[in-house]
Design a protein around this ligand. Structure first.
Ligand SMILES: [Cu+2]
Length: 156
């Protein structure tokens, strides 16, 4: 009777130890999982930071950034020794003005309009592109570098 009780007691202790061991293992596994997730999160943050730096650094160190605009108005005229035809543009929208210059330009070797910020040398016998963004409405006179009439620009 006494012997039998002892056996039960031993097996109960053993069972308890096994349970403890299982709990320990489970805790270790949970810790390992936690570490694995932490490493994953840290790696993701580091990779994201590296990618962002790679994308952003070349832009910020490459000099003056251009302003991207999808809205551009284009106009084309032909010019010679007496200037070119007048043009009309819209205020607030960047202008791309192509001047097809003839071989003989006389003194019309460039276009100037200070209010609109135009100051460009024209090459003869080719297409020249003058870019500006009119902000002020009105009619403006464009001249050659020495001040002779080239054409008028109307900004609406
Ligand atoms: Cu002139």
């Amino acid at each position: 009777m006494a012997n039998n009780k002892k056996v039960i007691k031993i097996s109960s202790t053993q069972k308890h130890r096994e349970e403890e061991l299982a709990a320990k293992k489970a805790a270790e596994l949970a810790l390992k999982r936690k570490r694995f997730i932490m490493i994953g999160v840290i790696s993701a943050v580091v990779i994201t930071a590296i990618v962002l730096m790679a994308v952003l650094i070349p832009r910020s160190s490459g000099g003056t950034s251009a302003t991207i605009s999808t809205d551009v108005q284009t106009v084309t005229t032909s010019s010679g020794s007496s200037g070119s035809g007048n043009i009309t543009v819209k205020a607030g929208v960047p202008v791309s003005w192509t001047i097809n210059a003839s071989q003989s330009l006389g003194c019309m070797t460039g276009v100037k309009q200070s209010t609109l910020g135009i100051n460009k040398t024209l090459s003869s016998g080719t297409a020249n592109t003058v870019r500006f963004t009119p902000t002020k409405k009105g009619t403006f006179t464009v001249t050659c570098p020495s001040g002779h009439f080239f054409c008028r620009i109307t900004v609406n």
